[in-house]
Write a protein that binds this ligand. Structure first.
Ligand SMILES: [Zn+2]
Length: 501
C-alpha cells in the first residue's frame, strides 16, 4: 500500500477525529476504486472492503468513501450523524464500525471427517456413522465407489445428504489414480449427481493415489479439491492453512496414524489454528482400517462435539470448509451508511459468490442486530464485538446499533483524525497490553501482556511478517493463534491491528 497516497485520500475526507473509536485502528489497504454510493437512499459514505490481494490505491479524494480491507478491519472516517431506535431509545449511529471475516467460522480451527468406501460390500456402517454424527449436530463426508452402488445405497446416500453429510466422489471402480478419467472421474461424477441430486465437488482418490490426468479433469469439472498422498503439500505438518491454500494439495491424516493417534489430531487443529482433514473407513464392519467399535467412533465424535461446544472447533464436511477458506479471502464489500443503520453491500463477483456460496462469520465492532433481505440473522455479542453469520450470496447485510451500540468500540490510542499507518498506536514497539478491543500497531518489537486466555487475532497485509515468542508467521493477512500466556514477545514488520479474547 502506498501510504502517502492513502494519506491524501484520508485528508480529502470529512474526518471528525473525535468520533473515531473502533474505526481507529483500521489500515485502509484495498483496491483503489474509490467511489461514492449511487444509491439515492443512502448517504455518500461508502467504505469499500476487500480481502483480496491489495492493489495500490487510487488518488480520488471525492466524497467520503474510502477503501478498506478485511485484512485490516473496516473503518470509517467521515462524520456520521444518523440515529436509530432500539426499544424506543434513540441510539447514536456513530462511526462506521470495523467489519472483518473470522477464520474457521469463528472457531480456532476446523475439522472434517471423510469416511471412505461407501457402497463397497466391506463397508456397511456409514449410514450408522452418519446418524451418530447427526445425533450430535455434525455431518461427515462419505466417499462413494459409484460402480458398486445399488439402488438401496443411493436411497441411503440421499438420507445422509439430507443430514448435511457430503457425498464425496471416490471413483467408479476404486482404481488407483482414478484413470481412465472418463469412467473414474466423469461417469462417477454423473452417477452421484443423477442418483442423489448433488453435484460432487470433492474427490477422494482410491488408495490416496492421484494422477495428473484426474487432477486436470477434476478442475475442468469444477471440483473444489481432492485428497491424495501424491499431491499433498505438507505445509504445516498434517494440516491445512489459509495462507497459500490449494484444495488440490491438501494435507490429511488417516485414522490410527502414529503421528496423531486418535483424538490429538483434533486438539492440534485447535492449538495450531488450522484445518484437519481426517480419513477413515467403516465402523466395526469388514472395511479397511476400520474403527474397531461403535464406542471408539463415538468417543471421537464426542471429543469433536466438546471442542465445538467450547467454540474451539468448527466441524464441517470438506467442501464447506474449502468454500469458507476461499470466500473468506475473496469476499469484497462496501460498507454504506443508511438511515439508522449501516449496510454491507457485497461487491464480490457473482461467479465467485456462486462457486463458494457459504455462510461467513462476520465480526463487527460494537453491539448490533443484523438482517438480510428482511430476515433476522443470528448475532451474538462477545467482548465488545458482534458476530454475525451471513452468506454473501443472499444479499446485503443490514446492521442496526442496539444496546451500547458502537460505544463498545474504544479508542485505545488517543484521539486521531486519521487511520494512516503512522498516526496512532504504539510507536515502534515497547510495552503493550492486548485486550478485546482492536489496537493499531506499527512495525516494532513489543513486550505484550494480556489477560485474555483465548486467541490473539492479528490482521495486516500480505507483506507483513509477525513473530510471537520467536515463531515466525510470514506474509500475514490474518492470524489467529492461541494466547501464548500472560506475557509474550511480539514482533511485526508492518502495520497490524491486534485484539484478543
Ligand atoms: Zn477407498
Amino acid at each position: 500500500m502506498n501510504l502517502r497516497k492513502l494519506s491524501s485520500i484520508l485528508l480529502g475526507m470529512a474526518i471528525v477525529g473525535s468520533l473515531f473509536n473502533c474505526a481507529e485502528s483500521a489500515l485502509p489497504n484495498g483496491p483503489g476504486d474509490i467511489s461514492s454510493s449511487s444509491d439515492g437512499q443512502l448517504t455518500s459514505s461508502g467504505f469499500l472492503g476487500s480481502s483480496s490481494n491489495p492493489v495500490d490505491g487510487g488518488s480520488s479524494t471525492t466524497g467520503s468513501s474510502y477503501t478498506g480491507s478485511s485484512e485490516t478491519a473496516q473503518s470509517g472516517g467521515s462524520s456520521l450523524t444518523g440515529t436509530s431506535s432500539s426499544n424506543g431509545i434513540a441510539l447514536p449511529l456513530g462511526n462506521a464500525p470495523s467489519v472483518s471475516i473470522l477464520p474457521w467460522n469463528g472457531a480456532k480451527g476446523a475439522y472434517s471427517i471423510i469416511m471412505d468406501d461407501f457402497c463397497l460390500a466391506t463397508t456397511t456402517s456409514l449410514r450408522w456413522a452418519d446418524s451418530a454424527a447427526y445425533a450430535r449436530n455434525m455431518s461427515i463426508g462419505f466417499a462413494i465407489v459409484t460402480g458398486s452402488c445399488q439402488a438401496t445405497d443411493w436411497a441411503t446416500a440421499k438420507i445422509m445428504l439430507g443430514h448435511g453429510s457430503e457425498p464425496v466422489n471416490h471413483s467408479f471402480s476404486h482404481a488407483a489414480g482414478a484413470t481412465p478419467v472418463g469412467l473414474e472421474v466423469d461417469s462417477s461424477t454423473h452417477m452421484i449427481e443423477t442418483n442423489t441430486g448433488f453435484r460432487p465437488t470433492f474427490f477422494g482418490y482410491p488408495m490416496d493415489e492421484g494422477s495428473d490426468a484426474a487432477q486436470a479433469e477434476l478442475k475442468a469439472l469444477g471440483y473444489l479439491g481432492s485428497r491424495s498422498t501424491t499431491y499433498t503439500v505438507w505445509t504445516d505438518a498434517r494440516f491445512n492453512k489459509v495462507a497459500g491454500f490449494n484444495g488440490f494439495t491438501l494435507a490429511y491424516e488417516p485414522k490410527s496414524s502414529p503421528t496423531y493417534p486418535q483424538l490429538s489430531y483434533a486438539d492440534s487443529a485447535v492449538a495450531r489454528g488450522v484445518w484437519g482433514l481426517h480419513e477413515s473407513h467403516g465402523v466395526a464392519d469388514n472395511s479397511y482400517n476400520q474403527w474397531t467399535s461403535h464406542a471408539e467412533f463415538e468417543t471421537h465424535l464426542d471429543h469433536l462435539a466438546a471442542l465445538r461446544d467450547k467454540g474451539d472447533l468448527w466441524v464441517a464436511p470438506p467442501s464447506k470448509v474449502i468454500r469458507y477458506i476461499k470466500l473468506s479471502t475473496l469476499a469484497t464489500w462496501t460498507l454504506v451508511q443508511a438511515t439508522g443503520a449501516f449496510e454491507i453491500h457485497w461487491t464480490t463477483p457473482a461467479d465467485t459468490l456462486a462457486r463458494y456460496s457459504v455462510p461467513l462469520r462476520l465480526q463487527v465492532c460494537g453491539e448490533w442486530t443484523a438482517t438480510q433481505s428482511g430476515t433476522s440473522l443470528n448475532a451474538t455479542l462477545s467482548g465488545g464485538q458482534t458476530k454475525i453469520s451471513a452468506n454473501p450470496s443472499l444479499g446485503t447485510v443490514r446492521i442496526t446499533p442496539t444496546g451500547a451500540g458502537n460505544s463498545l468500540c474504544t479508542n485505545n490510542s488517543g484521539s486521531s483524525s486519521s487511520s494512516t499507518a503512522t498516526s496512532s498506536g504504539s510507536a515502534g514497539g515497547g510495552a503493550i497490553s492486548i485486550t478485546g478491543s482492536l489496537q493499531h500497531l506499527v512495525a516494532g518489537t513489543y513486550s505484550a501482556t494480556t489477560s485474555c486466555t483465548g486467541m490473539v487475532n492479528l490482521q495486516g497485509t500480505r507483506d507483513i511478517n509477525v513473530s510471537i515468542n520467536g515463531s515466525p508467521n510470514i506474509g500475514l493477512d490474518y492470524l489467529a493463534v492461541p494466547v501464548p500466556g500472560p506475557s509474550f514477545n511480539l514482533v511485526v514488520t508492518g502495520d497490524v491491528t491486534v485484539s484478543c479474547y
